[in-house]
Design a protein around this ligand. Sequence first.
Ligand code: GLN
Length: 427
Amino acid sequence: MLSVSKIREDVLSGAKSAKSIALDILSRIKENARLNAFVCVCDDVLQQAESVDEAVKNGFNGRLAGVPVAIKDNMDMKGYVTSCGSELLKNSPAATEDCRVVKLLKAEGAVIIGRTNMDEFAMGSSNTTSAYGCVLNPLDNAKVPGGSSGGSAAAVAASLCAAALGSDTGGSIRQPASYCGVVGLKPTIGSIDGEGVFPLSQSFDSVGPITSTVEDCVTMFEVLSGRKIEKMSSPKKVGVISEYFDKYTPELSRLMDEVKRKFGDCELVTVSVPSVLKAFVTYCALGNKEAAINIKPLGTAMDRGEKIGKEAIKRILIGEYVLQHPSIASDALKMAKRIKSELKEALKECDVIVSPTAPSEAFAFGDDRSRAEIVYSDLFTQPPSIAGLPAISVPFFIGEHGLPIGVQIIADENREDLLFAFAKRFE
Ligand code: GLN
């Protein structure tokens, strides 16, 4: 896979030009067109690279100088349609401005390669609901790449870019990162500006990076959040959630055993988060309620039936039902607060909490299990989303079918430094 830091080093030292890197990327994208990771490739990639080369000659040393970065199709890029993988938006007017995160990337010299495929409206875990068709998992083309940021994770895994942006509401960065064997970060809610990103559910949405290494993830996080990870404090106490124990298949138990072998001198603490298994219903009620509000201006679900996929319609209808029954939303809100306070309580007993990122490896297209697994695959990723806590997925374990399952690490708000320090142990 491509490394952000190595590319920058090569471009700044003159060992390689940004243009030659961009040319390589463009031909790799062509060779790998069957993956369907991109909904479009930018028409000015070479011009962008040439201007970075020019700037470098004049002393520019941006943190992403010449680094090819891909952007999820729900983020505004001037001159391109923000279609969110949806037939409904495909022919809408192009954005007139870059979203905030794209501006930040460009200011550091990133070369924006193109827009990555995604589940329609970021609703999904398999990248099978896009109007542009399915994305294939680069590690095994018969398997899904995960979702909803499946195109972004596949693009990084197949070296079609060095880093990509995804958005994560209930796991949409971490789960595809787990399935494709790359690093994915959902930062603390609000720490990266989501201006110009199409909302799914504002209470839980976060933009975040997908990269091949933890170090590159740190760089991307710093650029996107404007924060500096000064000193990575290493966690001393690592928590595991007892309510998950009977959810572990033999494979996941093996994963957790291997995780514990990486603890070194960290103390293992068993913490209790009694409401953690309620995250699914909570997410369903609150997430779909907000999704219904966000998508409503585009036409009611029924009116637009022929242009919105089944998954999106189902969720909009659930959301509309919740809107009509305020007690469901108020109960869910109480539960969300409880999940957050329990997780924060648990994080007083330990510095980080670890779990698998996903309950399984990437599953096959058309697999009968797929439908159930789509629901189940957010089991570990939804709780930190609901609590607004930062969480990272790092590839580590190889499952019984030869594909990766990531390790998820969760920390308290704005303690991404702890995540990064601990994540490095698994590389
Ligand atoms: N898989 C989750 C869902 O389908 C996550 C979506 C997301 O994070 N955008 O809702």
